[in-house]
Write a protein that binds this ligand. Structure first.
Ligand SMILES: NC(=O)c1ccc[n+]([C@@H]2O[C@H](COP(=O)([O-])OP(=O)(O)OC[C@H]3O[C@@H](n4cnc5c(N)ncnc54)[C@H](OP(=O)(O)O)[C@@H]3O)[C@@H](O)[C@H]2O)c1
Length: 424
């Protein structure tokens, strides 16, 4: 794992990250150093990657991997080493779930999919057993349902963050930091926030994320235009976005993602949207075609989508082998004085970066950054403003490009020529 050093220029509030090759171990406060962390879905890609990242960042943590399949559990525990164990748990069974939370300081919920799920069983169990909570949810309805448990979490004195992965998750914190910096630099009022995401192939992900992508194609996209909520067709509104060094220009399309709503509400930006694109280019065409040809009722039906996933999965694996799994997020903020600032986060491997990002949230909760209640990542009670820099530093370990608060022309691969202050 690359070591990162973070430098903050106080005058310009510009954050730049430099990579170095030594691993960086953390020294958690004594009271949290030996915490027990349960990772539900720890036998899966996101959960397994989170467990590995936590074990590297903070080897004194005791990691409990939760899942239904003992064989997969034993395999990951072998990788994690002696400070780990497997617990067999089905999150649909409240008794088994609550038993797994006994004596655990923090639960990381990565046992998706979150789409079309009726109840927040894990958060409810965390509240009733008084266990701190983080999830990697990427579904708007689920995140709103989690948020509706806020008062119960406050009453139980439990800190919880929902949508705390890479995107959503780190991207929300990047947006919050762009907004904060724009205010401190007197750039006027934030007017428009755009989240753009790119992942090559399926990002090395498994059938769950494939199912997630198909389920999202069945959902109308909610975006905000000058304060007004608007509904748009999924995988429409294509933009060609420059993701900068190591990634370049990619086509991205509108999707219904939870960070649009939370950023609009929490950060008070009137125009917000989120787009996603993949490679090779024909996958984007395939997604567009699915949206146009398959009725949305079918794309919203979990069982039917599972069948589609089984059909497509072998082809996805073959193409993944060629496409790789680069990931990039670009967050653009436009302010009322016309100035634009950009944050970019790019990594060669989504399967690694998603774990490092989730681990950064888990550590923030363990270190006491999060107030009792259920929070979105951009809320200062979720990750304290003073702790955002450390969170971004940890999450961006191993990135090939991480920049914040830059003008677009400074980060793009093909900047327009600037002659005498005029863009040609
Ligand atoms: N926020 C973000 O940045 C972000 C990024 C990527 C993915 N995600 C989300 O993360 C989730 C996981 O993705 P993934 O690629 O890791 O999927 P995955 O590889 O299929 O892993 C899911 C894991 O959940 C476990 N699981 C499923 N149902 C369970 C149940 N009823 N009880 C206990 N464990 C259960 C499975 O373990 P067993 O089969 O062993 O039980 C499996 O290992 C998805 O919902 C995806 O949308 C979020």
């Amino acid at each position: 794992m690359a070591r990162i050093s973070l430098q903050l220029n106080p005058t310009l509030s510009r954050t730049t990250i430099k990579e170095s090759s030594e691993p960086k171990l953390l020294h958690l406060p004594n009271k949290t150093r030996n915490s027990r962390v349960l990772i539900l879905g720890g036998t899966g890609r996101v959960g397994g990657s989170t467990a590995l990242a936590l074990s590297k960042l903070s080897p004194d943590l005791h990691l409990v991997v939760g899942g239904r399949n003992r064989e997969k559990g034993d395999a990951i525990v072998t990788k994690l080493g002696e400070n780990s164990e497997f617990v067999q748990v089905n999150i649909d069974n409240v008794k088994s779930l609550e038993a797994s939370l006994y004596d655990v300081d923090l639960v990381v919920h990565a046992a998706g999919p979150f789409q079309q799920t009726e109840k927040c069983t894990v958060l409810e169990a965390a509240i009733s057993t008084k266990t701190a909570y983080v999830d990697v949810c990427d579904d708007t309805n689920y995140s709103m349902r989690a948020k509706s448990l806020h008062e119960k979490a406050v009453a139980a004195n439990i800190p919880a963050i929902t949508t705390a992965g890479i995107y959503p998750g780190v991207s929300n914190v990047m947006a919050a930091e762009l907004v904060r910096s724009s205010k401190s630099e007197n750039m006027g009022e934030p007017q428009r926030l755009r989240f753009s995401y790119y992942t090559a192939g399926s990002g090395g992900s498994g059938p769950t994320i494939l199912a997630t992508s198909f389920l999202l194609l069945g959902e109308e996209v909610v975006a905000y235009n000058k304060g007004e909520k608007i509904k748009l067709k999924p995988y429409s509104g294509m933009l060609n976005v420059d993701f900068g060094k190591g990634i370049g220009k990619k086509d991205v399309y509108l999707l219904h993602l939870p960070e649009v709503r939370s950023a609009h509400e929490v950060l008070g930006v009137p125009t917000v949207s989120a787009r996603f694109g993949t490679a090779p280019f024909f996958w984007n065409w395939g997604m567009e075609a699915m949206t146009n040809l398959i009725p949305s009722e079918v794309l919203r039906d979990k069982n039917k989508v599972q069948k589609l996933v089984q059909l497509f999965d072998p082809l996805v694996r073959v193409i993944d082998g060629i496409a790789g799994e680069r990931v990039s997020m670009r967050v653009d903020l436009e302010c009322s004085n016309g100035r634009e600032t950009v944050g970019i986060f790019s990594h060669k491997r989504l399967s690694v970066s998603v774990g490092t990002s989730t681990a950064a949230f888990a550590l923030a909760v363990l270190e006491g950054s999060t107030q009792p209640g259920v929070w979105y990542p951009e809320e200062p009670e979720g990750v304290a403003i003073d702790d955002r820099e450390v969170l971004l530093q940890r999450a961006s370990q191993g990135t090939i490009n991480f920049v914040m608060n830059k003008a677009p022309w400074m980060v793009e691969t093909d900047p327009k020529e600037l002659i005498f202050g005029i863009f040609l």
